[in-house]
Design a protein around this ligand. Structure first.
Ligand code: SF4
Length: 191
């Protein structure tokens, strides 16, 4: 099962005991999607359904995400989806700073291996962990460093369905980010 760089990393994550979340998880959730995905999506942490399945965004928030992706003209199967922390925080609390710091090297390595052209940060926790930014309501729909797009977490859309339209329009920007050109990032930066 372990073989490619991404799979080796997933195997390492599944065995990981770097933080206390390893003591309460059922399954670590490394993430899923093609190793050469042009788009990555990063959520906060696995929930109960994800912990059980060992897969990201399979619960109710996942259903909203799938629907929004379809409305935005995106195919989930072509996207690599993961979270800031790979194990479920008990009671679905937010991951602590210590847990995030322990887990971030895995995400950095995933980004390095995949080399996406667009990275969608779903909510405040990934926006803060990756970009050091907070305030998803004002940051959503904005692109940073020519690579990162911030939008709502699907769970926030689940709590307030009025956000669905904005969520879909944000996700549609990922397609625009890819269509800027299909060249590698270093070429795109110099364009
Ligand atoms: S959350 Fe991350 S650092 Fe903590 S045990 Fe799971 S994989 Fe390891």
């Amino acid at each position: 099962m372990c073989g490619s760089d991404l799979r080796e990393l997933a195997c390492e994550i599944m065995r990981c005991e770097r933080c206390r979340l390893s003591q309460t998880r059922r399954n670590a959730v490394p993430g899923e999607g093609p190793a050469d995905a042009s788009i990555m999506m990063i959520g906060e942490a696995p929930g109960a359904a994800e912990d059980l399945a060992g897969r990201p965004f399979v619960g109710r928030a996942g259903a909203i995400l799938n629907r929004a992706l379809g409305l935005a003209g995106l195919n989930r199967g072509e996207i690599f989806i993961t979270n800031i922390v790979k194990c479920r925080p008990p009671g679905n609390r937010q991951p602590s700073g210590e847990e995030i710091r322990a887990c971030m090297p895995y995400l950095r390595k995933q980004i390095e291996i995949i080399g996406p052209s667009a990275v969608c940060l779903l909510g405040n926790v990934p926006a803060k962990a990756v970009l050091g930014m907070q305030g998803v309501t004002s940051l959503r729909g904005r692109i940073f460093d020519d690579l990162y797009l911030i939008t709502f977490h699907p769970a926030a859309v689940l709590r307030n369905k009025d956000r669905m339209e904005l969520f879909v329009s944000d996700l549609a920007k990922l397609r625009e980010m890819l269509s800027v050109d299909h060249l590698p990032r270093d070429v795109k930066r110099n364009a």
